[in-house]
Design a protein around this ligand. Structure first.
Ligand SMILES: Cc1cc2nc3c(=O)[nH]c(=O)nc-3n(C[C@H](O)[C@H](O)[C@H](O)COP(=O)(O)O)c2cc1C
Length: 439
C-alpha cells in the first residue's frame, strides 16, 4: 500500500516536471549576470540606461533575448543611437584618423607580449621594419601602487615611438591613474580585452571582461574623456559574428580610437591549433569607422600582404612569429617558411644568432629583468638548440645569467659550425644594405 502511494506521488511529480520545464539559465549564468550588475553599481560613473542589456545583447546564447526579438532590436538601436550622437561621433572619428595619419599610418606592428615586447626587443624589431609596437601588458593597479614595478616593467626611449602602452584593468579610476603616468611617453593607451589565461579570469580582466560589457564601456569612456592621448583596445572575437560586430561598435561609440582584433575566440587559446578568422576581422573593419588592426596568422611578409588585401585593415600585429624572427617585417623568413617557398628564397646573410647578439647589446644599453632575456634566447635560438641540446642544457643550468656567458654561448654555437640562415626572396637580395636590412 505504502509503495503504491509513493509510486503515485512520483508519477505526479514527473508529470509536473514535463509541463513546467525549468528556465534554461544555468547557476553560472545567473551568477555572472548578478556579479556583472554588482560590478556596474560599484563604478563611479553610473551606466547609462542603454547599457543595461549589453551583456545580454552580446550573448548569442541568451534564451531570454531570442524569446524577445523586440527587446533585442530596441537594445541594438539604443546602442547605435547612443547619447554621444552622430555629430560628435563624426568629429571623434576624424580625430582618430588625424592621429593615426600623424603617426605615419604604421602597418607593421609588434603585438603586446608579457615579458617579451619589452624595450630592447621593440627596438630590435623596429630596426628590422616594425613601424610601431605595444608594450607588454601592465597591471594597472600594481602600476599605480608600486614604484619598483613601474620602473622595472615599463621603460622607453625617444626612438621607441609610435608606442602603445597596454594595461589590464577592471576599475576605471585606477586605469586612469595608471594611464596618466604613461601618457607623455606614448601614442595610445591600450586596454587589454583579450587575455584568455586563467590568471586573467582570477584577476577579472582581459577577455573575461567580455562577460561584463558595461564595465568595458566605462573603462573606455573614462580614458577617452580624461586622457590627452587616444585610447585603443585589443579584443578577441565572440563565437557569433554579430556579437563581435556589436562589441566593436560599442567600443567605438565609447570613445575607442583604434581597435586591434585578434581573430580567435576566448576559448581558442592555442594559436598553432586554431587559425584566426580574417573574415571576422574584415567584418569588424567594415562595421566601424576607426582604424582597425588585424592580429593572427602573420608568419612572414606574404601573410602581411594577404591579410591587408583580404581584410582591408589598416595594419597588422604579429607576436609568436616575431619572437622567433624579429626581422620578419624586413622580409626575412625562418627556414620553416623560407625553404617551403621553393627556388625564390635565398640566404639573407642574417641569422637568429646575429639577431640575438644585437638584442643583447640593446639589453646592455637598456637593462631589463633577466627572465625576459632568457625567454628571448630560447625563442630566437630554439632551432639551434634542437641541433645542439647540450648548449641549451648549459644555459638552463645557469641560475644567474651574464652577458659574458650569453656572448660566449653564441660563439660556442658558431664554433660547432652551426649556422641556420634567415631567408629572403631572391629579388630582395640585391637590395640589401650593409646592415642586412632590405631597403
Ligand atoms: C609570450 C606572449 C605574451 C603575450 N602577452 C600578451 C599581452 O601582454 N597582451 C595581449 O594583449 N596579448 C598578449 N599576447 C597575445 C599576442 O599579442 C597575440 O594576440 C597572439 O599571440 C596572436 O598573435 P600571433 O598569432 O601573431 O601570435 C601574448 C602572446 C605571447 C606569445
Amino acid at each position: 500500500m505504502r509503495s503504491k502511494i509513493l509510486l503515485v506521488l512520483l508519477l505526479i511529480f514527473l508529470s509536473l516536471q514535463a509541463t513546467n520545464p525549468k528556465p534554461s539559465v544555468s547557476p553560472l549564468n545567473a551568477f555572472m549576470a548578478t556579479s556583472s550588475v554588482a560590478q556596474t553599481l560599484n563604478l563611479s560613473s553610473p551606466p547609462s540606461q542603454n547599457l543595461d542589456g549589453e551583456d545580454d545583447l552580446l550573448c548569442s546564447e541568451s534564451t531570454q533575448l531570442s524569446e524577445q526579438p523586440d527587446d533585442y532590436e530596441q537594445q541594438r538601436l539604443s546602442i547605435l543611437h547612443s547619447p554621444s550622437g552622430y555629430l560628435s561621433e563624426d568629429s571623434r572619428i576624424e580625430g582618430a584618423w588625424a592621429h593615426w595619419k600623424k603617426l605615419g599610418q604604421p602597418k607593421l606592428i609588434v603585438a603586446p607580449m608579457v615579458d617579451n615586447s619589452e624595450l630592447p626587443f621593440r627596438l630590435l624589431c623596429r630596426k628590422y621594419g616594425a613601424e610601431a609596437a605595444y608594450t607588454p601588458m601592465l597591471h594597472s593597479r600594481i602600476f599605480t601602487e608600486n614604484e619598483k614595478y613601474r620602473s622595472l616593467e615599463f621603460t622607453t626611449c625617444k626612438e621607441d615611438r609610435p608606442l602603445f602602452v597596454q594595461f589590464c584593468a577592471n576599475d576605471p579610476d585606477t586605469l586612469l591613474e595608471a594611464a596618466r603616468r604613461v601618457e607623455p611617453y606614448c601614442d595610445y593607451v591600450d586596454i587589454n580585452l583579450g587575455c584568455p589565461q586563467r590568471i586573467a579570469r582570477r584577476g577579472n580582466y582581459g577577455a573575461f571582461l567580455m562577460d561584463k560589457l558595461p564595465l568595458v564601456r566605462n573603462l573606455v569612456e573614462k580614458l577617452a574623456l580624461n586622457l590627452n592621448v587616444p585610447v585603443s583596445c585589443k579584443i578577441r572575437v565572440f563565437p557569433d559574428l554579430q556579437d563581435t560586430i556589436n562589441y566593436a561598435r560599442m567600443l567605438e561609440d565609447a570613445g575607442c580610437s583604434l581597435l586591434a582584433v585578434h581573430g580567435r575566440t576566448r576559448d581558442e587559446k592555442d594559436g598553432k591549433k586554431f587559425r584566426a578568422s580574417w573574415n571576422t576581422i574584415k567584418a569588424v573593419k567594415n562595421a566601424v569607422r576607426i582604424p582597425v588592426l588585424a592580429n593572427g596568422n602573420i608568419r612572414h611578409m606574404d601573410d602581411v600582404q594577404n591579410c591587408l588585401e583580404e581584410t582591408g585593415v589598416d595594419g597588422v600585429l604579429s607576436a609568436e612569429s616575431l619572437l622567433e624572427n624579429p626581422a620578419l617585417f624586413a622580409g626575412f623568413r625562418t627556414a620553416e617558411w623560407g625553404l617551403g617557398s621553393g627556388e625564390y628564397m635565398e640566404d639573407g646573410k642574417l641569422d637568429q644568432a646575429d639577431l640575438l647578439v644585437e638584442y643583447l647589446r640593446l639589453c646592455e644599453k637598456y637593462p631589463v629583468p633577466w627572465r625576459m632575456i632568457r625567454a628571448h634566447v630560447h625563442k630566437m635560438l630554439g632551432d639551434w638548440f634542437r641541433i645542439h641540446p647540450q648548449v641549451r642544457e648549459d644555459l638552463n643550468a645557469q641560475s644567474k645569467l651574464s652577458f659574458e656567458f650569453l656572448y660566449d654561448m653564441v660563439g660556442r654555437l658558431r664554433e660547432l659550425g652551426l649556422r641556420i640562415p634567415l631567408y629572403v626572396e631572391s629579388t630582395q637580395v640585391g637590395r640589401m644594405s650593409a646592415n642586412g636590412i632590405v631597403t
